[in-house]
Design a protein around this ligand. Structure first.
Ligand code: GRF
Length: 223
C-alpha cells in the first residue's frame, strides 16, 4: 500500500470578507471530505467575519492591512513572505478583493485558485449578478479557475450554471450562485489535493485530460 505516502496538502486561504467559501472548506475538512490542512487564513481587512470563522475552527489567522503599505508591490511582497512562511502547496483566494501584481501571480502560478461569481469569460470584475440580469442572460453562475496575471482570466477548472429566473434581483441571484460556490470550490480543492488537477501550458488538466475552456461544467437547475 502506498497510502502512507499520501501527504495532506497545506493550504493558505486569503479572504477580505464574510468567508462563506472559507467555511465550506473548513466544513469539508471537518467532515473528512477534504484531504487538506488549512494552515493559515490571511485577511487584508481587519475585523471581518471570515477571521472569526477561522478562529472558531482553530486555524491561525493574520491580518495584513493593505492600507499600511506605500504601494501594491510592497503589499504583495510582504504578503508573499507571510504566505511562504507556512510553506503551502496551494493558495486559495476566497473573496480576496485585491488586484494582484504579476510578480505575485507568477510566484504562485499553478498553485493558486480563485472563485469568481460569473460564467467566465463573461462578466469579469465586479457587480456580476446585476450585470448578468441587465444583459438579459438566461443562465449565470460561478467559476473556479487557476490564477494568472490576467484578472479573472486564468484557465477555468469548474463552472456551476444556474438559471436566471423572472423576478430575480442581484441579491436573489447571488444567493443561488453562492450555494453552488460552496459546492464547487471544495470540489476543485479536493481534485488538486488528490493530484488530479494541474495547470499545464496555460490550460487546466483534470485526470490527465485538458479541460474545455469553460472547465468542467455542472448544471445546477434547482433554484
Ligand atoms: C464570493 O461571491 C466569491 O465568488 C467572490 O467573492 C465572494 C466571497 O464570498 N470572489 P465569501 O467571503 O466567501 O462569503
Amino acid at each position: 500500500m502506498l497510502t502512507s505516502d499520501v501527504k495532506t496538502l497545506r493550504v493558505v486561504v486569503l479572504i477580505s470578507g464574510s468567508g462563506s467559501n472559507l467555511q465550506a472548506l473548513i466544513d469539508g475538512v471537518a467532515s473528512g471530505e477534504l484531504p487538506i490542512e488549512i494552515t493559515a487564513v490571511i485577511s487584508n481587512r481587519p475585523g471581518v467575519l471570515g477571521l472569526s470563522r477561522a478562529e472558531e475552527a482553530g486555524i491561525p489567522t493574520l491580518v495584513l492591512d493593505h492600507k499600511g503599505f506605500a504601494s501594491r508591490a510592497d503589499f504583495d511582497r510582504e504578503l508573499m513572505r507571510t504566505i511562504d512562511a507556512y510553506n503551502p502547496g496551494l493558495i486559495v483566494l476566497a473573496g480576496f478583493m485585491r488586484i494582484l501584481t504579476p510578480e505575485f501571480t507568477r510566484h504562485y502560478q499553478g498553485r493558486m485558485l480563485n472563485i469568481h461569481p460569473s460564467l467566465l469569460p463573461k462578466f469579469q470584475g465586479l457587480h456580476t449578478h446585476q450585470r448578468a440580469i441587465d444583459a438579459g442572460e438566461i443562465t449565470h453562475g460561478v467559476t473556479v479557475h487557476f490564477v494568472t496575471a490576467e484578472l479573472d482570466g486564468g484557465p477555468a477548472i469548474v463552472q456551476a450554471v444556474v438559471p436566471v429566473l423572472a423576478g430575480d434581483d442581484a441579491g436573489l441571484l447571488a444567493k443561488r450562485v453562492q450555494r453552488q460556490e460552496h459546492i464547487i470550490y471544495p470540489l476543485a480543492v479536493k481534485w488538486f489535493a488528490q493530484g488530479k488537477l494541474r495547470m499545464l501550458d496555460g490550460r487546466a488538466e483534470l485526470n490527465g485530460e485538458l479541460l474545455p475552456a469553460c472547465g468542467y461544467q455542472i448544471e445546477a437547475n434547482q433554484p
